[in-house]
Design a binder for this molecule. Structure first.
Ligand code: TTP
Ligand code: MG
Length: 437
């Protein structure tokens, strides 16, 4: 046990290179290799890269094309959201054993209020000591999911989040109050939660590069530069003062608006207009209730009653109609409308306080998609055999599609438990595979 006082701490946890780590977990051959997960098509964007790929300069939100030129030997895979969600649920369950007050920010990231862990066996076993709780979380997540999670601890959300970032990969960092100033001093200002590339650039232009410099800057000048709410909040955060508490349950879960059409529609321009009107109405309702949300979702039901929903999550909350409309449109862009749409809707969730001026400066954090009530397909069609898809073969068991040719697919038979396995080739049109997830 350390000599750090127990209980009154904020803990921030974040999985390391989450989607890529999940792929390396399920595909042992890829462990230790550069893996890039994201859109693999022509205009695709990188969702994340394994730390091996980051050495080549590959980063989230970069075009896949650029990533391929930086890292030609990388393995590029499309995301498997269902699997990531499943892993995320297991991680959140571990966190819930260490604190009752738990605020997930995305699938791979959450704040915990350590004080709220009093009485919970795992937190009590660690004596409420933040180092021991952090170790206990890291151990349990590794044991139960196979993933690495980094942990940051501080007296506030801002410091805890910066600490977990600094602890990466696979680390634990506790920032004691007496060390806070020194810890913040030289951190690049972009690391601060809420400072995106645009505001980062604005700050750099006026000579503010580090959190320490931000802390000492003139508040009026900052407000002029970034707007009142963002300017004041960021200066406070830079001084280690974060008024935000860890907040789990919220009363209103989401605000949404949907329309059912009399006849199925596939006219993209018309549906975009409908979505625009819906998004504007949702924004108005948010503003009326003084709410703002971080997750923007588009929901769609086809004529055959298949449902599909897609969402984008940002690090800050918004109630800005233009932002909500543009996020919703962006989501719709990637949806196939050709089967005919019966219902269309847009919603904003992850509701909380309004921090205007922060969101638009920040890139998208996460894109999720969910397809519900699909036919429980027995066998995968040849077109479903895309790179990275997990398949089950009657004789060889579970594997994943490693390469796709015109006529053939190479499937590597291995799982998280099996260790690296062999490749077998199959004729696409003849192969009989079932889906795993
Ligand atoms: P992050 O936690 O930001 O990134 P990461 O877990 O991949 O890597 P690390 O935390 O070690 O720096 O995001 C979690 C997941 O969200 C990430 O694995 C993929 C997804 N994501 C996107 O889809 N688009 C993005 O722009 C970012 C940043 C993440
Ligand atoms: Mg992460």
């Amino acid at each position: 046990m350390s000599t750090i006082p127990p209980w009154e701490w904020v803990v921030h946890v974040d999985l390391d290179s989450f989607y890529a780590a999940a792929e390396q977990l399920d595909k042992p051959t890829l462990r230790g290799k550069p893996v890039i997960v994201g859109g693999v098509g022509g205009r695709g964007v990188v969702a994340t890269a394994s730390y091996e790929a980051r050495r080549y300069g590959v980063r989230s939100a970069m075009s896949t094309e650029r990533a391929r030129s930086l890292c030609p030997e990388g393995v590029f895979l499309p995301p498997r959201f269902t699997r990531y969600k499943q892993l995320s649920r297991e991680v959140m369950a571990v966190l819930g054993e260490h604190a009752r007050n738990l605020e997930p920010l995305s699938m791979d990231e959450a704040f915990l209020d350590l004080e709220s862990g009093r009485g919970l066996p795992a937190a009590e076993a660690a004596g409420g000591d933040p180092v021991e709780v952090g170790r206990s979380i890291r151990r349990a997540v590794k044991e139960r999911t196979g993933l690495n999670i980094s942990v940051g601890v501080g007296k506030s959300k801002a410091v805890a989040k910066l600490a977990s970032d600094q602890a990466k990969p696979d680390g634990l960092l506790v920032v004691l109050p007496e060390r806070e100033e020194a810890f913040l001093e030289d951190l690049p200002v972009e690391r601060l939660w809420g400072v995106g590339p645009v505001s980062g650039e604005k700050l750099t232009r006026v000579g503010i590069r580090t959190v320490g410099e931000l802390a000492r800057s003139d508040e009026a000048a900052l407000v002029a530069l970034l707007g009142a709410a963002a300017g004041r909040l960021l200066r406070q955060l830079a001084n280690g003062k974060d008024p935000r508490k860890v907040e789990s349950g919220r009363d209103t879960k989401s605000v949404s608006q949907e329309t059912t059409f009399e006849a199925d529609r596939s006219d993209r321009a018309g549906l975009e207009r409908v979505l625009g009107q819906q998004a504007t109405r949702v924004a108005e309702r948010l503003q009326k209730s003084g709410l703002a949300g971080r997750t923007i979702s588009v929901k769609l039901r086809y004529g055959d009653f298949r449902n599909l929903s897609r969402s984008l999550t940002f690090p800050g909350a918004t109630d800005d109609p233009a932002e909500i409309v543009s996020a919703a449109r962006r989501l719709l862009e990637e949806v196939d409308l050709s089967p005919g749409v019966r219902l269309l809707g847009v919603g904003v969730s992850g509701l909380g306080e309004v921090v205007q001026g922060v969101l638009p400066l920040y890139p998208v954090l996460e894109i999720e998609q969910e397809e519900e009530s699909q036919e429980p397909s027995t066998h995968l069609a040849p077109d479903d055999l895309q790179q990275g898809v997990e398949v089950v073969h009657e004789v060889y068991g579970t594997g994943w599609v490693e390469r796709v040719y015109d006529r053939w697919v190479d499937v590597r038979f291995e799982t998280a438990e099996s260790g690296p396995g062999p490749v077998k080739s199959f004729d696409r049109s003849m192969a009989r595979f079932r889906a795993r997830h």
